[in-house]
Structures are given as C-alpha cells and as structure tokens.
Design a binder for this molecule. Structure first.
Ligand SMILES: Nc1ncnc2c1ncn2[C@@H]1O[C@H](COP(=O)(O)OP(=O)(O)OP(=O)(O)O)[C@@H](O)[C@H]1O
Ligand SMILES: [Mg+2]
Length: 222
C-alpha cells in the first residue's frame, strides 16, 4: 500500500531559527510512528506541519498523493476534519460541553445529524471504557478519563491518521498504558496511522518505528 502521509525536505523557521530543518518522513497506513527528541527539538512543529495546521516554508507534505501546500485553506480544513484526528497533551475538549457532546463534534462537522452523531459518540466512549461518563462535563471527570475522552474524539470519525502530541504526558503509568494501548489497537484494527510524539522512551520503543529529532532534523530512525 502507498504511504498515507509523506514529508519531503520540510523546513520551517521562526524568524532566523529553524524549528524543522529538512525532514523527510513517510508513514504507511496502520503504522505507528513514534517521534522523540529533547524539548525544543521540533516535535510539535513537525506534527503541526504534517497535519496542515502550519504550512512549512519549503518542502512538501503529501496526504496520499495530494500536496497540502497546494490546497486552499478550506480544502485543508476539510482534510483535517475528515481524515485526521488530534490528541494533545492536556486534552482540549470544550469545558462547557459533556463528554458525549465533545465526542459528537467531529461527526457533526462531517455533516451527520445530531442523533446519529450522539449514537456514534456513545459507541466510541463505550469502546474506550467510559460509556457511563457521557453526561459529565470536562470538570467532572479524572485526568485519565478526560484523556480517554480526547482519544474518543480523535477516533470517532474514523480518521486515516491520528496525530498525538504527548497524549500520555499528564498521566500516571496505568493511564498512559491504557491510552497508548487504545492508539495501538486503533492502528491494528482499523489501519489508522498514528504519529505519536512522546518523551517516554519506553512507549516509543513499542511503536513500529521511532524517529529521533534534534534541532529540527531526523538524527536517527529505527
Ligand atoms: N510560535 C513560535 N514562535 C517562535 N518560536 C517557536 C514557536 N513555537 C516553537 N518555537 C521554537 O521552535 C523550536 C521547536 O519547538 P517545538 O514546540 O516544536 O519543540 P518540541 O520538540 O515540541 O518541544 P517540547 O518537547 O518542549 O514540546 C523551539 O526552539 C521553540 O522555541
Ligand atoms: Mg512539543
């Protein structure tokens, strides 16, 4: 199968300083790629470039065979909504909404009716073991539960690629294991590619492939 995502000679600078300094990367469907490196090495910036949240200064990012940089803003938004899922370190669910409402959002954004979106959200919460918490708001659940809900939101619309930026950074060992396991399972069962930024070398060692960044470059890939 052809790669789902490819980066070619990516460069992005903030002022004179390069945050991403010539990265080539290719991700296959169902592949779990770990991205590690010291603080400031460019992990988050790379993730933002790969997902089209940021446009690189030069180089190319291809989703299947479509270059993100030649899409319109609307086309990129649509690509992110339909084909990508995101999990961030401290979650970023909408605090005023219940978990069920939060997880319904990506399905709603794809044009599904409210009832259908709620049904799929409920199923996804159930699959992640927090089906009973759908009616609670963000402030009424634990950190681990919240992060599971963030994973539910990233997966509910069956994306082709999930971008996870330290999704276990705020979690204890048990919950880290749960969250990492859920991402692996998604890759295995649904062929979802996962690009996982982590500080945790033990987790990184269990991905299919690890890319080590230093000063915006890939210094080691295994
Ligand atoms: N908006 C910004 N403006 C200017 N410089 C930035 C900006 N965002 C990041 N940088 C710089 O770009 C470099 C890469 O940052 P990035 O956030 O990608 O690192 P990181 O590897 O994700 O680090 P961490 O592990 O701490 O999250 C750093 O030197 C950082 O200071
Ligand atoms: Mg970061």
């Amino acid at each position: 199968m052809p790669p789902v995502l490819q980066a070619r000679a990516l460069h992005l600078s903030y002022g004179p300083a390069a945050a991403v300094a010539g990265v080539d990367l290719s991700v296959d469907p169902g592949e779990v790629v770990g991205v590690v490196g010291a603080s400031g090495s460019g992990k988050t910036t790379l993730l933002h470039c790969l997902s089209g949240l940021l446009l690189a200064d030069s180089g190319s990012v291809l989703f299947r065979d479509r270059p993100l940089e030649s899409m319109t803003v609307r086309q990129r938004d649509e690509l992110r909504r339909s084909h990508f899922g995101f999990v961030f370190q401290f979650g970023d669910l909408v605090p005023e909404l219940t978990l069920l409402e939060n997880v319904s959002l990506p399905v709603r954004l794809q044009g599904a009716r409210a009832g259908e979106a709620r049904r799929r959200a409920a199923e996804q919460l159930e699959a992640l073991g927090i089906g009973q918490l759908g009616r609670r708001t963000v402030g009424e659940v634990s950190g681990g539960e919240l992060q599971r809900a963030a994973i539910a939101r990233a997966l509910v619309h069956r994306p082709d690629v999930v971008f996870a930026d330290e999704p276990t950074g705020a979690l204890d060992d048990h919950n880290s294991e749960v969250v990492f396991g859920l991402l692996l399972e998604q890759a295995r069962e649904h062929g979802t590619a996962v690009v996982l930024v982590t500080h945790d070398r033990h987790l990184a060692a269990r991905t299919d492939r690890t890319v080590v960044l230093a000063a915006g470059r890939v210094v080691e890939a295994a």
